[in-house]
Structures are given as C-alpha cells and as structure tokens.
Design a protein around this ligand. Structure first.
Ligand SMILES: C[S@@+](CC[C@H](N)C(=O)[O-])C[C@H]1O[C@@H](n2cnc3c(N)ncnc32)[C@H](O)[C@@H]1O
Length: 195
C-alpha cells in the first residue's frame, strides 16, 4: 500500500494509481477542501475517471488513524507546508514516529520539500524552521529520523536548476523560481524502532 501524506489535490495519488493498477493508494491530508472533486470522481466507473485502487482520508500527521498501523510499503511526503513541513524539516520526533507507525518493516519513506528563503521567510520564522544544509541533514536530521525508526539511505540539497520531474500540483507551481532549493530525504523503515 502506498500512502501520500499532505496529498493536497490528490494529483500525485491519482496519476500514480492509474499507472499502477495493481497497487493501492491512500492520499491523506489535514484539509480535505482541495480533494472534494477528486474524492467524488474516484467512485465513478473506470471509463468515467473512477479509480478502484484509491482512497482519500482526512487526517493530520499528528493523528493518523490506528487502522493504518503497519500497512504502508511506501510513504510519500511531497512539498509539505505547516506542521507537516515542521515534522519532516525539523525532525519532530512524535510526528516522525507517527509516520513510522503506519510503515511495514522495510517500507520506503520519500520526502521532497522546497524552500525559497525570501518568499517563505515568514513561514520559516513562524514554524521556527532550521536552515537545511547538507551538514544539517547529516548531523541533525539523519539521527532524528533514525531515532524515530528510519534508516536514511540518501539525502541532499539541490539547486533550482537541478529539480527532477515531479507530478504533483505544487511541484509545478514552485519549480520556476531560481531562488528555490530542493531537499530530499529517502529512508527505509527499520525492523526495530531504533535502527
Ligand atoms: C503545499 S501543499 C502540497 C500538496 C501536494 N503534496 C502537492 O505536492 O501538490 C501541502 C499540503 O500539506 C497539508 N498539510 C499541512 N499540515 C499537515 C498535517 N499536519 N497533516 C497532514 N497534512 C498537512 C496541507 O493541507 C496541504 O494540502
């Protein structure tokens, strides 16, 4: 099962589900307003845009339903904001543990986030976010992810010109901006919570 947290309008989930009909996808967001149309459409017949392998759930990362415990083989967090951004960028232990709780052993965790130090400065201040450098990733975030039960396989900071292709609405919205950096963390749920 593939779970996308902070799914927004669900575009990533619906495109991925169409391409992978043998996998089941759950899109989760604390705010369901952008999902109203799509969550109605998925129940139509396949010829009319229906998707039998998709479910959307309204929930916050801080309070994920216990029915999801241990079910995910992949967890995605794409271009988060608000408290979800704080969870993954500052390595908030309780919420990272919630992400770990929904993972099966060896599940993949894929996080992609982006910052514009000028445009996002008020949000960065409000959330008291650290400045994320390669050094911060390696010395601070990797150990915090490990403490929450994830082994970080790869992480890094890319410049705007190095942005990979992404099929989410916010990736498309953010990418044409030279100041933006792009941060990724690829991890695997460890067998035991402490690695
Ligand atoms: C910038 S949008 C990105 C949406 C989508 N992933 C994309 O790439 O197009 C960030 C999303 O995170 C959601 N979000 C913020 N805090 C959250 C939380 N604590 N738990 C779950 N979702 C949250 C917001 O409601 C919003 O839909």
């Amino acid at each position: 099962m593939v779970i996308d947290i902070g799914t927004g309008d669900g575009l990533f989930v619906s495109l991925s589900a169409r391409q992978n009909p043998d996998k089941f996808f759950i899109g989760i967001d604390a705010n369901a307003s952008a999902l109203v149309k799509l969550s109605e459409k998925i129940h139509r017949k396949p010829a009319k845009g229906g998707l039998a392998n998709v479910l959307f759930v309204q929930a916050a990362v801080e309070d994920l339903p216990c029915e999801l415990n241990g079910v995910a083989s992949e967890v995605h967090v794409n271009f988060p904001w608000g408290s979800l951004l704080r969870t993954v960028a500052a390595g908030d232990c309780d919420s990272l543990s919630n992400l770990r709780r929904i993972c099966a052993p060896e599940a993949e965790l894929k996080i992609f986030m982006s910052f514009d130090p000028v445009r996002d400065r008020f949000e960065i201040e409000r959330l008291e976010l650290p400045s994320i450098s390669e050094m911060f990733l390696k010395t601070v975030l990797v150990p915090r992810y490990q403490a929450a039960g994830f082994n970080v396989l790869e992480s890094g900071v890319l410049s705007a010109s190095e942005w990979p292709e992404f099929r989410t609405s916010w990736a498309q919205r953010l990418r044409d901006n030279d100041r933006r950096s792009f941060i990724y963390i690829l991890a695997r749920a460890s067998e035991n919570k402490n690695g």
